[in-house]
Design a protein around this ligand. Structure first.
Ligand SMILES: Nc1nc2c(ncn2[C@@H]2O[C@H](COP(=O)(O)OP(=O)(O)OP(=O)(O)O)[C@@H](O)[C@H]2O)c(=O)[nH]1
Ligand SMILES: [Mg+2]
Length: 344
């Protein structure tokens, strides 16, 4: 059985500060989340864990640090996360869904083909910024494209925070370009559409042999080969999270992240004549002036507006749902207390 030290697993000072000396022998890191149980790695090797009694497995994310019960069967508590990637769950529910936790770098994977899309990249960049992870844009299929650098330049133009790398994910030597983000103590999560090469990269950077599958010829779309998230150790000592393809990313509670990605518009807006300028037809609008001079594209302004609107709507729905849950919980407790009092 492989043994890991906590350092091997990516342990750091902020987690140490949340644990006692006794806790240390019961610390584990979540490697995957199933419907009714969790898989983790501890200093003694792999573990299968049950959620804490008052929780479901949905409360945990790949990458989480937990303290288990001394018998190593159940989670006692989750250490507070350094970063948390969340999105609005698919379907009609308002709840935020955890994608991964304690991710240092969000590897936003897209290909040098029809998958490349500025609006989608901006969403992922906002996700990284609101989670507290650094974004790294990984452009795969550089070997199938005449000018991969042009794609990298387009990605880097989206935000000063962006580093973009173009590579051939099927060439293990080229994937070593990612080593700086995969060293001991680092956790890199890969997100992006199906078929862009996330599992191909994972296989190249780790000793895993995950399934990968060709994309459809006509529109470069993948087939959703990966179906669950997993944390794997890289050849460089750090950890890598592979995720299932995610085409539509619905942001929630990401206003700060969006502002960070669209910092150029935010900065311009501060020079508008009116502090409540909507950047439409107002006189003295620095944003419209920038569009007129070609410094800002009208498309980018449009994408910023769309993201802000969507985030505001999703966040309001989320907060409403939480308030409803809270009110319901209060009502249940009151009824239970009344019942109890009647009995007593
Ligand atoms: N030529 C070339 N093919 C690539 C590259 N990256 C990935 N592929 C191929 O693209 C296909 C899809 O790759 P996967 O790694 O399965 O994609 P994925 O992102 O994990 O897809 P999902 O699991 O469905 O989300 C496979 O056939 C890979 O061999 C690349 O850089 N160059
Ligand atoms: Mg995959």
């Amino acid at each position: 059985m492989t043994e890991y030290s906590l350092t091997d697993l990516g342990w750091s000072a902020p987690f140490r500060a949340q644990t006692t000396a006794e806790d240390l022998s019961n610390v584990a890191r979540i490697t995957s989340v199933a419907r009714d149980r969790l898989f983790a790695l501890s200093q003694t090797g792999p573990q299968t864990l049950l959620p804490a009694p008052d929780r479901t497995t949905a409360a945990y994310a790949v990458g989480d640090w937990v303290v288990t019960t001394p018998d190593g069967t159940r989670i006692a508590r989750t250490l507070s996360r350094q970063t948390a990637l969340t999105r609005r769950a698919a379907g009609t529910g308002a709840e935020a869904q955890l994608i991964a936790a304690n991710v240092d770098t969000l590897g936003i994977v897209t290909s040098c083909n029809a998958d490349f899309n500025e609006a989608r990249l901006e969403r992922f960049l906002a996700l990284a910024a609101s989670a507290g992870s650094l974004p790294l844009v990984i452009l795969t299929k550089a070997d199938l494209c005449d000018d991969p650098r042009a794609f990298a330049r387009r990605a880097e133009r989206l935000s000063p925070l962006v580093t973009a790398l173009a590579l051939n994910a099927t060439d293990p030597l080229e994937t070593e370009m990612l080593a700086p983000w995969c060293r001991t103590g680092q956790t890199l999560a890969l997100v992006g559409s199906s078929g862009v090469g996330k599992s191909t990269l994972t296989n190249a950077l780790t000793t895993e042999a995950l399934a990968t599958q060709g994309i459809r010829e006509d529109d470069a779309k993948g087939r959703h080969t990966t179906t669950s998230r997993g944390l794997y150790q890289t050849r460089f000592g750090g950890w890598l999270i592979d995720t299932p393809g995610m085409r539509a990313l619905r942001l929630t509670d990401a206003a700060e992240g969006i502002d960070a990605v669209f910092d150029d518009i935010d900065t311009l807006a501060r020079s508008c004549r009116f502090s409540d300028c909507r950047h439409e037809t107002e006189p003295g609008c620095a944003v419209q002036d920038a569009i007129a001079s070609g410094a800002l594209s009208a498309d980018r302004l449009h994408r910023w507006r769309k993201l802000r609107r969507e985030d505001a709507h999703n966040s309001a729905t989320l907060h409403e749902a939480r308030a409803r849950d809270k009110a319901f919980g209060k009502m249940v407790r009151r009824v239970m207390a009344e019942k109890h009092n009647r009995k007593g």
